[in-house]
Design a protein around this ligand. Sequence first.
Ligand SMILES: [Zn+2]
Length: 149
Amino acid sequence: MLFPTHLAAGYVVGKRWDLPTRPLVVGAALPDLVDKPAAMVGLVDLYQTAGHSLLLLVVGFAAIFARRELTPLWLGWASHLLLDAFHMLLNGRAADVLFLAWPAVEHTPAVDLPPVAFVGQYLGTSSFYAEFVVWGLLVAVLVGNDEGE
Ligand SMILES: [Zn+2]
């Protein structure tokens, strides 16, 4: 999914379940903020590594038991991984969901592009159009907030 859509999804989740939206949005941004720059400067070979690892997400879940206030951040992080996996399935790239198993499983994805090039190949795909659902939910949440005030 596109980076802004992850942010929108984090905000929607926070509003929908009455959770703090700021840490949710930060958590939703975290995987791309960690992994994309790391790949762009050559620290890793792929654009989805540590921040997109389900294994590290599970480790992060343990941190919730130590500090409960990290729950919204973790939920945002989890939403990012879920949406990225969903986008790959929707675009017929089921094998690429193996990104979740990094670093336990080495997998070369069918699409592994820097952010700007990624957007170019992504526009017009099924997942791209599915992102409008998230944006529609964001509008509904924002309009709903206005009506409640
Ligand atoms: Zn991502």
